[in-house]
Ligand binder design. Structure first.
Ligand SMILES: [Cu+2]
Length: 171
């Protein structure tokens, strides 16, 4: 449903852009104006757009950068750490995890690169990180919804990749 709407909006905008471009390509002024008569206006418009775009871009940048989620990814100093080891084609990790408690998954792999994708009880993705051999990735999370969470490998890792699943209960 949602994806159909996105597709319809995309087709609508693309269609509009095509019509506009065709119209522009065929547009002819009835009386061509000499370059000298329009260059001052043209450069004024160009300057206006340059400054407007710059000011808007800097304002949007200044407003949105502090809202980047990287700060939230920092682990609580008192967070409990849980090891996760991925290997073809399973995950070894705790079967039960605490609710409303800052935790950190220490994620690694025994063989090839895997994905450690956590899906909530509603089956929507909750968080994810890569599981890499000889390297530990730290994924800080706090579960606020109890229930069964499914873990899926999110990186093609071999013939049985699609069946690579795990899970744990949060309570
Ligand atoms: Cu995989």
């Amino acid at each position: 449903m949602q994806s159909t709407l996105v597709l319809e909006i995309f087709i609508g905008v693309a269609g509009l852009a095509i019509v506009l471009m065709l119209w522009l390509a065929n547009y002819r002024s009835s009386d061509p104006i000499p370059q000298a008569d329009v260059s001052a206006t043209g450069y004024a418009i160009r300057r206006y757009w340059l400054w407007t775009t710059l000011i808007v871009a800097v304002a949007v940048f200044a407003f949105t950068v502090p809202q980047f989620p990287y700060q939230k990814a920092k682990a609580d100093a008192n967070a409990r750490h849980y090891p996760v080891v991925a290997q073809q084609y399973s995950f070894s990790m705790p079967s039960t995890l605490p609710l409303n408690t800052p935790i950190v998954f220490d994620v690694t792999s025994k063989d090839v690169n895997h994905g450690f994708g956590i899906y909530g009880p509603n089956d929507k993705i909750f968080s994810q990180v890569q599981a890499m051999p000889d390297y530990v990735n730290h994924l800080a999370v706090t579960f606020t919804v109890p229930g069964h969470y499914t873990v899926r490998c999110l990186e093609y890792c071999g013939i049985a990749h699609a069946a690579m699943q795990g899970g744990f209960d949060v309570k």
